[in-house]
Write a protein that binds this ligand. Structure first.
Ligand SMILES: NC(=O)c1ccc[n+]([C@@H]2O[C@H](COP(=O)([O-])OP(=O)(O)OC[C@H]3O[C@@H](n4cnc5c(N)ncnc54)[C@H](OP(=O)(O)O)[C@@H]3O)[C@@H](O)[C@H]2O)c1
Length: 336
């Protein structure tokens, strides 16, 4: 099979398209023919091996798993012994968390891993990024913040992967949503359901006369100390981007003051919890209440280019790899 590999940390140039041996599903595993895979900001950090402390998990000297990528969508083509909930031909989606390997034509996935059936009305490319922004949004907005209908929620970085999902999830929860983005993305975030848009190039929301119950800074461009004055009493500041300042503020705010700073590493949650959130997202996608905004599509050979684009920090919504397969015996390329 064709797969992207990297054997050292570095720029997108370390990514190579290679021919690898076909994987075989072991007991309790599925073999998935991948039709679409996500490429995320986190994938770029893992490729670069930054921050360096992350290498304790990824591999100290070189990446332990040479095939990058976590989010996937595809069809089951084989089941190992003991698999009960899936069969050949099922459409599935999910993520491999720290197992990586989704930037390839085929992937082995544990049946009890982070995987779910894909609703018939959802395309592979819409499903591939669900475990990035949407899964993280469910964890931050529901698990961490416990958002309630009628609350005022501000999403900073509303046009990115995490932001575009968070705007929709907060709106579905009945919150009043303020989206912070640049002027060029104002229409996009309004279309996703934002009640109010603040263009960060014209107005600093941390200096606003308005107040919010929850501020979810999906791109980590603000800080708890700057946001505190615009949080209501009992308000919460959430950021998926961990630094020493946030770590310290989380500890401090646990004990002192009514306003709290919060972080969570979504991928580190137990698989049972990730599957529970994924089943909720399944329903939201099946009903059409939630959708993935796809900015750019690349084929497998364009993975390095996808990483370069994400590194600009200007991505809108999601970037996906659309993975094609040779039709058996014809030598033709079958569209994903
Ligand atoms: N902790 C977790 O569980 C977890 C899970 C997944 C991801 N993450 C992390 O979350 C972070 C965000 O990921 P992402 O994929 O959502 O990012 P992204 O899509 O790459 O973010 C790009 C977007 O950010 C906007 N942006 C850039 N500068 C901004 C600013 N100063 N103010 C407001 N918006 C700005 C850009 O819009 P403009 O071009 O209009 O500026 C662009 O649309 C990454 O660091 C990722 O590693 C954490």
């Amino acid at each position: 099979m064709k797969a992207i590999t990297y054997t050292r940390y570095g720029s997108p140039d370390v990514l190579r398209l290679q021919e690898l041996a076909m994987p075989v599903a072991a007991e309790g595993e599925l073999l998935v023919r991948i039709h679409a895979a996500s490429v995320t900001a986190a994938d770029g950090m893992m490729r670069a091996g930054t921050p360096r402390i992350g290498r304790l998990f990824l591999g100290v000297l070189r990446p332990k798993n040479p095939v990058p990528g976590t989010g996937f969508a595809g069809e089951v083509v084989a089941c190992g012994a003991g698999v009960r909930q899936y069969q050949t031909g099922d459409r599935v989606f999910g993520e491999t968390v720290f197992g990586f390997g989704s930037n390839a034509q085929y992937l082995r996935v544990a049946e009890n891993g982070v995987i779910a059936h894909l609703p018939d009305n959802v395309s592979y490319e819409a499903a591939a990024p669900v475990c990035d922004g949407p899964l993280t949004g469910m964890n931050f907005l529901h698990n961490l913040a416990g958002i309630q209908a009628g609350q005022r929620v501000l999403i900073n970085g509303a046009s990115g992967s995490l932001g575009s999902a968070a705007v929709q999830i907060a709106r579905l929860a009945g919150a009043h949503v303020t989206a912070v983005c640049s002027a060029g993305n104002a229409d996009l975030v309004r279309d996703l359901g934002a009640d109010q848009v603040i263009e960060y190039t014209r107005e600093d929301f941390t200096a606003s006369a308005q107040r919010w119950d929850v501020i979810y800074d999906t791109v980590g461009k603000s800080s708890f100390s700057r946001c505190k004055p615009v949080l209501n009493t009992g308000g919460q500041y959430l950021s998926p981007v961990l630094g020493f300042a946030l770590l310290w503020q989380m500890l401090w705010s646990t004990w002192f003051g009514s306003k709290k700073a919060k972080f969570s590493a979504t991928g580190a949650l137990p698989a049972t919890e990730l599957r529970r959130l994924l089943s909720q997202l399944h329903g939201m996608y099946a009903s059409g209440a939630l959708r993935s905004f796809i900015d750019r599509r690349y084929d497998l050979s364009g993975t390095a280019e996808a990483h370069r684009y994400i590194a600009t920090g200007r991505k809108r919504g999601n970037v996906v790899l659309c993975i094609t397969h040779e039709a058996a015996g014809t030598g033709r390329s079958a569209a994903a």
